[in-house]
Design a protein around this ligand. Sequence first.
Ligand code: SAM
Length: 283
Amino acid sequence: MLSYLHSFHAGNFADVLKHSVSAHILNYLTDKPKPVFYLDTHSGTAAFALTQDEAQKNQEYLNGIGKLWALPNADKAKLPGLLKSYLALIEGFNPSKTLTVYPGSPWFASELLRDHDRLSLFELHPREFRTLLENIRGDRRIKAFQKDGFHACISQLPPKERRGYVLMDPPFEVKQDYITAVETLVTAYKKFATGTYALWYPVVDRYRIDDMEKQFKNSGVKNIQLFELGIARDQDRGMTSSGMIIINPPWTLMQEAKQALPYLAKLLGGSQGSYRCIQLVEE
Ligand SMILES: C[S@@+](CC[C@H](N)C(=O)[O-])C[C@H]1O[C@@H](n2cnc3c(N)ncnc32)[C@H](O)[C@@H]1O
């Protein structure tokens, strides 16, 4: 089943969490001169027009990047560091000063990585893959594959660089994704235990996330942190929260997230906003 299209959701509250955390990881890894390998198992198209029908249908971005974008300059200047860097990237992507396009995960990586770094992108959907190819055209650091990212990513590990970041962002339209994601990350970790891994997840049925957390705790994988942002109560309909589970996070991330997430919870969730920043498994 390939019915999920990220253009309906681009820039929503879940993307703000996912991409601000991902940008922090990329910034941290590129602080040292050694080459970095980036692997995006479910890459999407790398750019989304917010002015077009799909994004306009539910206008999810308005309660996501739209709220940060609309802040007065004085408030932008006081944003927590994680969000200030993220917003600067989105502003760079929209040089006309109007928010018309939202970047996808491969763009954040291609923007923050350097000439000597490498990117591997997996995207299965035929239309999305064609758009991805157009959006990354000419960038010699990138290899894109129209393959199942869960399955294919394992063959790319460990990378020759021995420094790497794997982002796993499945659509979860099939419930099996909750299980396959954990199994794939555990297999990947066994091949490349020093890599940094990020799994994005939606909270639609809380018990599925509780199960995933238990699986990670029993997996033998060390040093896992979890960051979650909620805009509604668990019992409400639809995606009420979303989170990132990070294996081998930068040591700076917990502190940054502890400043950014309470801010986002209030800005995007109001009185129903919530967040979690926890060390799920010790180092
Ligand atoms: C949540 S979206 C990705 C969004 C993107 N990571 C971003 O942050 O901009 C999930 C993507 O995975 C693609 N997809 C679905 N199943 C896949 C699979 N088994 N392997 C690779 N891509 C898949 C979908 O077509 C969709 O574009």
